[in-house]
Each structure stands twice: as structure tokens, then as C-alpha cells.
Design a protein around this ligand. Structure first.
Ligand code: NAD
Ligand code: G6P
Ligand code: MN
Ligand code: MN
Length: 434
């Protein structure tokens, strides 16, 4: 019987996770689900935890749902630990977005200066969790969803020395859910191959005769504006000539780089308007969600959760757990050790890539070399990730400045250094390493 633990259990995404477990009730002999949070999240934990209990009861299951602030009690003898926490909660994300915006820079949760600081705040906490796991549940699998998901997975492997980890994102799931019908196919008819890093990967697609259909999908994507795009990303179209040359489908986040000018303009408009940045919008969506969750008669995931960018993430999290437990060898797109699957990137670091997920974890599938344009981008971005994660693990200021300098969304110079310094002060409480 399985003991499942979720750290950041008070998240509004928890019903999505519970729904995913209920769907897989025949594959997962669940006994206990522990939802862990911190005192600042206790109220949310209680509301969403009661909702989780109602969902399980409505499904006729006898799973025990434990709500706790005691992480170590939860981790004891766990089989699977999933992480979905946000260090500093939404107020910290508001700073991650608004401070760069104030200086005319892109303000985004996982990209640019905001993404770097989310990594800086999260790495000390995740390393602490891994440290606890070493003694309390040394055989458990860690399923990381906490952003920036790829960098956090890198930190777990490289600085936590914890190998049984899989990093996840819903973006590849959304692409595979929405694209097949654009060309009159189902997912079963198609073979997908993804490669790159989290929020910076590309994919190619083949049909069941072995014919590549990537360009057909690209043509349709230009007809059907935002197929597969998470709700949090503003839909500036890519340049079609660029994609025709690339012969790959970029992920939604590539917009911040390929259409940086337009994405910045949109972001600064939201920043200046009453609606505010995405974190401010999400604060309101979350209030609405928790009002719904408080309803003692609600025992299913409400449709309003689809307003969050992470929709469908449980299809990744719960499927990864079921695939490992049942040795299903499912094709999934995960952050895992490269091991040569993307030969343009270091083999002993984390990439986000198509993999077979089974009892041995994720076995990455070979993707091959990139063309010079994409190779240049991905090598810069992956090496920047390594600099960010090392800065986060060590608190080295010079390295943090190097990360800011490398980041393509932060023009290097006095403003960059000023933003770095200001964010170090703004987030000081969550940055014990600096
Ligand atoms: P949230 O602000 O609701 O935070 C979730 C919970 O984490 C809160 O209840 C909070 O109190 C708790 N928390 C904060 N610090 C903690 C700690 N040290 N230990 C335990 N719990 C702690 O966040 P959310 O919007 O639900 O998102 C949760 C996380 O998932 C974020 O990191 C977000 O970026 C990430 N996310 C990832 C993807 C993906 O594609 N990988 C998609 C969506 C969200
Ligand atoms: C996207 C991504 C996540 C991202 C999130 C933001 O789909 O995959 O990694 O951080 O959704 O959603 P939000 O609703 O919080 O803006
Ligand atoms: Mn993601
Ligand atoms: Mn917007």
C-alpha cells in the first residue's frame, strides 16, 4: 500500500492531483495521502484538504488524507513525494514580476530576473527536503513540479545528490493534448519527440507510417492561434518563416525570446493597468477558487481551475507515479539526466526530453543534434541554468551577477546589477544563502 506525500499541499492545484489519483485508482494501491504545508499556508491547506477528502469519499475510496505542517512526520516511509510549493507564496511572485517591470524588463515567473530569483528562493528549501528524505524515506521517488522545474530538478541531482527524481511541466502535455486534432489525428496515431530544457524545448512529430508531420502542425498552429498555449502566456504569434526554417515546434515560452519586444510591451501594459501582472491576476483567480473549495457540497474539480496556467499537470504527476509503480514504460516528457540524449548539452546534467518512464525511472530517448541556431540558444540557456543553480546553492554574488548578465531577457549593465541588488533586498527573508 502506498504512502504519497505532497509538499505545498495547500496549493489550489491539489484537487487536480486528487482527481488524477482517483482516475488511476486501479493502478495505485493508495493507503495514505499526506498534504504538507507551512503555517502561512495552513488556512489554504485546511480548505483544499477538506475538499480533497470530499473528492475521495465521493469516489467511494477509503484513502486516508492527512493534513499537516509537520514535514518530517509526513516524509517518514513515504513511497512518492511530490513537490508543488512556492517559497514566499504569491506576494514573492508579485515582486519577481513587478520589480523587473519597474525597470523596463520582462517580469515572469520562470524567465528573466523573476525566474532567477524564484530559483534562488527555492533551492535552499528543496535541498532541505532532500536532506530529510535521505533518512526518512531513502527509497522514495521525488516528483518535482515546483518551478523553475528544470533548475530545481538540476539542484536536486547536482547539489542534493538525489537520483530518484523526475521533474515535470504541463506544457508538453498540453501540446500533445491539443495538436493531434489540428491534423485530424489522435495522439495514438502520432510519435512525439521533445528536447531542450524546461520552458525552452522544441518538439517534432511523426505519423504511424513514419512520415514527419511537424510542418503540417505548424501550418495549423498559425490558423488556430493558441492551441496548447497555457493561459498565463500572452499569445504573440511566432514568425512563420523562422519556424519553417527551424522545422521544429517551439514551446509557448519561446515567445519571450523570439518575440521579446512584443512580450515586454504586453507585460508592461499589464503592469501599468489595474489588472496588474500575472501574479496579481492569479491572486484574484485563487481567491475565487478557494471560495468555491469552501463549499461543503463541492466534491469535484471545478472548471475554474482551468484559468490557471498549470491545467492538466496531474496528467503528468499522477501518470509519472503510476508509470514508475507499474513499470509502464510510458512516453513522457520529463526533466531528467541527459545521458547523451541531447548530444549538444552536457550528458551529466538535467534536460527536458522525451523519455520512457518505468520502474527504473526515466530513460531518455535520443533526439540528436540541433541546427546551429537552436544549438546556440540551448547551450546558452542550459549553461545559464547551471550558473543560476550554483549561485543559488552557494550564495555567490559574483555568480548571481553572471547569471543576470547571461540572461537574454536582461540587458547587461548598470540596470541589471541594480535590479539584482534590489531583488536581493526585497527577498532577503527567503535567501539565507546570500
Ligand atoms: P501557491 O502559492 O499556492 O503555493 C502552494 C503552497 O506551497 C502554498 O499553500 C504555500 O503555503 C506552500 N508553501 C510555501 N512554502 C512552503 C514550504 N517551504 N514548504 C511547504 N509548503 C510551502 O503556488 P501554486 O500556484 O499552487 O504553485 C505551486 C508551485 O507549482 C509553484 O512553484 C509553481 O511555480 C509551480 N507550478 C509548476 C508548474 C509546472 O509546469 N511545473 C505549473 C504550475 C505551477
Ligand atoms: C504554466 C507552466 C508553469 C507556469 C504556470 C503559471 O503552464 O507550465 O510552469 O508557472 O503555468 O500559471 P499561473 O496560472 O500560475 O500563471
Ligand atoms: Mn511549466
Ligand atoms: Mn496577459
Amino acid at each position: 500500500a502506498l504512502k504519497l506525500v505532497t509538499i505545498g499541499g495547500g496549493s489550489s492545484y491539489t484537487p487536480e492531483l486528487i482527481e488524477g489519483y482517483i482516475k488511476r485508482r486501479d493502478q495505485l494501491p493508495i493507503k495514505e495521502i499526506w498534504l504538507v504545508d507551512i503555517p502561512a499556508g495552513e488556512e489554504k491547506l485546511n480548505i483544499v484538504g477538506a475538499m480533497a477528502k470530499r473528492m475521495v469519499k465521493a469516489a467511494g475510496l477509503d484513502w486516508q488524507i492527512h493534513l499537516t505542517l509537520d514535514r518530517q512526520a509526513a516524509l517518514k516511509d513515504a513511497d512518492f513525494v511530490s513537490t508543488q510549493f512556492r517559497v514566499g507564496r504569491l506576494p514573492a511572485r508579485i515582486k519577481d514580476e513587478r520589480i523587473p517591470n519597474y525597470y523596463g524588463l520582462i517580469g515572469q515567473e520562470t524567465n528573466g530576473a523573476g525566474g532567477i530569483f524564484k530559483a534562488f528562493r527555492t533551492v535552499p528549501v528543496i535541498l532541505d527536503i532532500v536532506h530529510d528524505m535521505q533518512t526518512l524515506c531513502p527509497n522514495a521517488w521525488l516528483i518535482n513540479f515546483t518551478n523553475p522545474s528544470g533548475m530545481i530538478t538540476e539542484a536536486i541531482k547536482t547539489y542534493g545528490h538525489w537520483d530518484k527524481v523526475i521533474g515535470l511541466c504541463n506544457v508538453p502535455v498540453m501540446a500533445m493534448l491539443s495538436e493531434p486534432e489540428l491534423i485530424g489525428k489522435t495522439l495514438d496515431d502520432l510519435t512525439y519527440k521533445f528536447a531542450g530544457i524546461d520552458h525552452f524545448h522544441w518538439h517534432r512529430v511523426w505519423d504511424n507510417t513514419g512520415q514527419e508531420v511537424t510542418m503540417q502542425i505548424i501550418d495549423k498552429l498559425f490558423g488556430d492561434d493558441d492551441a496548447g498555449l497555457p493561459t498565463n502566456i500572452f499569445d504573440v504569434p511566432f514568425f512563420k518563416d523562422q519556424l519553417a526554417n527551424m522545422k521544429m515546434i517551439p514551446c509557448g515560452y519561446h515567445r519571450y525570446y523570439y518575440r521579446q519586444e512584443e512580450m515586454l510591451k504586453h507585460g508592461l501594459e499589464e503592469y501599468a493597468n489595474p489588472e496588474g501582472t500575472r501574479a496579481q491576476q492569479v491572486t484574484r483567480i485563487e481567491e475565487e477558487l478557494f471560495d468555491l473549495y469552501k463549499d461543503p457540497n463541492l466534491d469535484y474539480k471545478p472548471k475554474q481551475l482551468a484559468e490557471r496556467g498549470g491545467a492538466h499537470y496531474s496528467d503528468a504527476a499522477c501518470e509519472a507515479i503510476a508509470s514508475i509503480y507499474q513499470d509502464k514504460k510510458t512516453h513522457m516528457v520529463v526533466s531528467t539526466l541527459n545521458q547523451g540524449s541531447v548530444p549538444d548539452l552536457p550528458s551529466d546534467h538535467v534536460v527536458e526530453v522525451s523519455a520512457q518512464v518505468g520502474a527504473a525511472g526515466a530513460v531518455p530517448m535520443a533526439f540528436g543534434h540541433f541546427q546551429p541556431a537552436e544549438r546556440g540558444w540551448i547551450q546558452l540557456m542550459k549553461n545559464m541554468e547551471l550558473v543560476i543553480v550554483e549561485a543559488a546553492a552557494t550564495g555567490n554574488y559574483g555568480l548571481a551577477l553572471q547569471a543576470f548578465t547571461m540572461n537574454p531577457l536582461i540587458p547587461a549593465g548598470a540596470t541589471a546589477k541594480h535590479v539584482l541588488d534590489e531583488m536581493l533586498v526585497a527577498h532577503q527573508k527567503y535567501l539565507p544563502q546570500f
